[in-house]
Structure formats: C-alpha cells, structure tokens
Design a protein around this ligand. Structure first.
Ligand SMILES: O=C(O)CCC(=O)C(=O)O
Ligand SMILES: [Fe+2]
Length: 303
C-alpha cells in the first residue's frame, strides 16, 4: 500500500492519468491532520471520491464483521434464503436492480436507525448462536456512523443531517456494474481484493488499490444536488476478480424518505439558482428503480 503524504501531489498526478489503468493515485484524507477539511472538499469537487486514513476505527472491528459475513455467505443456500428475499431488507442474491444489469452479488441489507440496526427480516440473527455476528454489527455500525457524520461535518459546516441510513454487506465474485450511488455519501470498507474502479471527470477509469484498513468515501447523487453540482457523484464499478470473493461493507447515508432534495441554502451564492427541480428521495428512488444501473439518473431532474 502506498500512502502519499502530500495530497496536492496526488491530485496533480491524477489530473494527468497515465495510460496504464492500473496506475492510480486516489486522494487520501488523513483525519488526524489539520487541514483535512480543505483537502476533503477539494477531493469532493475533483473526484467525488477519496480514501480516509487515521479514522480511529480499529481494524479488529472491521475484521470481526468480515469474518462473520464470510461465515454467513458460506452457509448452504437454503439457510441463507431463510433471511430473504431482501424486501426491502434481508438477504438477496439476485442480479443488480430489476432491469437486467449484470453482476451477481449476494448481500445482506440492513435498515439503520439512530440507535441500532434492524434485523427483524433476518431470523438467523435472532438466534443465540448469532450473538457474535450481532455484536460485530453493533460495534461496526456505531463506529462507522460516527465516522460518517464526522466526514459530513468536515465537508460542509451544517451538513449535519440525520440521514436515513442503510447498511449492506456484499459478497461477490463477479463484480458490480458501473453506477453512481444515489445517497448522500457511502462509506465503504472492503477486504483485500482488487477490482474497485472509479471514473475520472474525463471518463477514464482508474483502479483503486485495495486497502482493508482504510475507508473509501463515495459522493452520491443526493450530495451532488445538495451542493448544487459543486461536488459530483462518482461513477464506480467493481471488476470481477475471478478467484477471491470481495467482501464489502457499505454504509449508505441517505436523505429521509419524504425530505426534498435541494441545494443547501448555506452553500448557495447570492442569486444562485438551483440546477435541479425539486424532488424527494422517494421520487428519486422510484425513478432510479425504473432505470438501468449505469444510467445518468439525475438527468431527468435537471432544469
Ligand atoms: O463492492 C464494492 O466495493 C462496491 C459495491 C458498490 O458500489 C455498491 O454496493 O454500491
Ligand atoms: Fe456503489
């Protein structure tokens, strides 16, 4: 793993990507360093994506949950199906989205409330034998929730939202088609498996070296709108690895269901007009459900 200390260097390197798609240099935000807020905003504007180090979450907490997830996904199919279908929460293993997108991923989807997470759709988690999975989830979730609000606060003062959060454990051999995440931010942690790629503003793809001790933050479509286009949601995909399963834990911070998604007044300049017509998260999800994974879904909400 290469962590470059100087973020300015990294950003200038990324502006002139080498033809070698394996070469990549992702902005790294060291949370323990002064000035991380400015570097973060720069990364949000230029990439919609960055890596977070020195986040204070012990690797143990991630490793424990990863281990429990692998145990679960290794169960016989019929056992896993008892916690599905994911409707809206629980175990799922169908293709991504309803519209023929490629990729096969198994996942466990959880609703996260402000205090804990809900696993009523997952009977196995209620068994006494699942106590280690439950405690791993609890520990991870409270740590990552804190991290998500810290990151949001650094991005923009007053961006402290009490989002409607979901949490997904993905288990996949085949990858994940290109898309942007619809939420505000996604906090991603993966095992040591290559395959994640992000698109730069010029449309070229760069691979993101795996780093199981760090978190990766994706700007989602909602934050693009909330910042009136200052931050851009990042297009990303996961390429098939073929030999090793990718285990990802993704905490999605999204807007409340009925809240309208609109530029934050505190970020707007004088006389600045919203680039988007008003819509709610519910409307957006409905529109997204009808689209393909790779579609530019915000298009229909632009003015
Ligand atoms: O598996 C990953 O690392 C990313 C998956 C992803 O992009 C998603 O679930 O939205
Ligand atoms: Fe994603």
């Amino acid at each position: 793993m290469v962590v470059l200390a100087n973020q300015v260097d990294q950003i200038s390197l990324l502006r002139a990507p080498k033809p070698d798609a394996n070469f990549s240099c992702i902005p790294v935000i060291n949370l323990a360093e002064a000035g991380s807020a400015d570097a973060m905003v720069k990364a949000c504007r230029e990439f919609g994506f960055f890596k977070v180090t020195n986040h204070g979450i012990p690797i143990d907490i991630m490793a424990k949950l990863e281990e429990e997830a692998v145990k679960f996904f290794s169960l016989p199919q019929v056992e896993k199906e008892k916690s599905g279908p994911s409707n809206p929460f629980g175990y799922g293993n169908k293709r991504i989205g309803p519209n023929g997108d490629v990729g096969w991923v198994e996942y466990l989807l959880f609703a996260v409330t402000s205090k804990s997470f809900s696993y009523t759709a997952m009977p196995f988690l209620q068994e006494p034998s699942a106590s280690s999975f439950r405690s791993a989830l609890n520990e991870y979730m409270s740590a990552v929730r804190k991290l998500a609000s810290e990151v949001l606060e650094l991005m923009a003062e007053g961006l402290k939202i009490e989002p409607r959060n979901v949490f997904r454990l993905n288990y996949s051999l085949t990858g994940f088609g290109e898309h942007t995440d619809p939420q505000i931010i996604s906090v991603l942690r993966s095992n040591n498996t290559q395959g994640l790629e992000i698109a730069l503003r010029d449309g070229s793809w760069v691979s993101v070296p795996s780093d199981q001790e760090s978190f990766f933050i994706n700007i989602g479509d909602s934050l693009q709108v909330m910042t009136n286009g200052r931050f851009k949601s990042v297009r990303h995909r996961v390429l098939a690895n073929g030999s090793k399963s990718r285990v990802s834990m993704i905490y999605f911070g999204g807007p409340p269901q009925t809240e309208r998604i609109a530029p934050l007044p505190q970020l707007m300049g004088e006389g600045e007009q919203s680039l988007y017509r008003e819509f709610t998260w519910e409307e957006y999800k409905k529109a997204a459900y009808k689209s393909r994974l790779a579609d530019y879904r915000l298009g229909q909400f632009e003015k």
